[in-house]
Design a protein around this ligand. Structure first.
Ligand SMILES: Nc1ncnc2c1ncn2[C@@H]1O[C@H](COP(=O)(O)OP(=O)(O)OP(=O)(O)O)[C@@H](O)[C@H]1O
Ligand SMILES: Nc1nc2c(c(=O)[nH]1)N=C(CO)CN2
Length: 159
């Protein structure tokens, strides 16, 4: 059994419904137990800024499988929820990324773990802190990483 932290995001369609459905699909997956889910946050688009605001969240998952197998499940859930790939960092109805595991590291073409941009992304770290406040990432607490991000204040609780 391994612990994985997952980031979910959406900026097209009914964003909250897509995030909820993504988590529900994970809950229904054999060999996967969803241990915690963060609140949702309204976040400005990162990287490619000319697109609608995102709703983001994070989940902790215990899975009886490798990171690659879990990622394959996440990619098939994205497809089931209507994800169409257009451009890198572009708008999407759902995005499910593996961001971190205390139990596995990977640097293959199809799975980079930790996710290479996680420490630069307030939309990943702020929800992640809600479910893993004691996480140490590359020798720094998650609080320290967030304090050092200039845009962390723009990540707002979704009401
Ligand atoms: N940690 C990871 N989580 C999700 N996908 C990953 C990861 N590492 C590598 N990938 C690969 O990245 C591919 C493209 O993913 P995707 O289209 O979601 O990228 P993106 O969301 O536009 O950008 P980013 O990966 O920077 O968030 C996936 O098919 C997957 O194989
Ligand atoms: N706020 C926000 N910005 C993004 C997001 C996202 O989920 N939230 N995902 C991206 C590609 O993974 C690119 N930019």
């Amino acid at each position: 059994m391994a612990r994985f932290y997952i980031s979910v995001g959406a900026n097209l369609g009914d964003r909250a419904q897509s995030l909820r459905k993504a988590i529900d699909c994970l809950r229904r997956t054999e060999g996967v137990a969803v241990a915690a889910v963060s609140p949702w946050y309204e976040t400005p688009p990162w990287g490619k800024t000319d697109q609608p605001a995102f709703l983001n969240g994070a989940a902790a998952v215990d899975a009886d499988m490798s990171g690659q197998e879990l990622l394959d499940i996440c990619l098939s859930i994205e497809k089931e929820l209507g994800r169409v790939r257009h451009e890198k960092w572009g708008a999407r109805v759902i995005d499910i990324d593996l961001v971190y595991s205390p139990d596995e590291r990977s640097c293959t073409e199809t799975l980079k773990l930790p996710h290479p941009y996680m420490l630069e992304r307030a939309f990943v770290l702020v929800p992640l802190r809600d479910i893993a406040p004691d996480l140490i990432l590359e020798g720094k607490t998650i609080d320290q990483w967030i304090d050092d991000l200039p845009d962390a204040g723009q990540v707002k609780p979704y009401v």
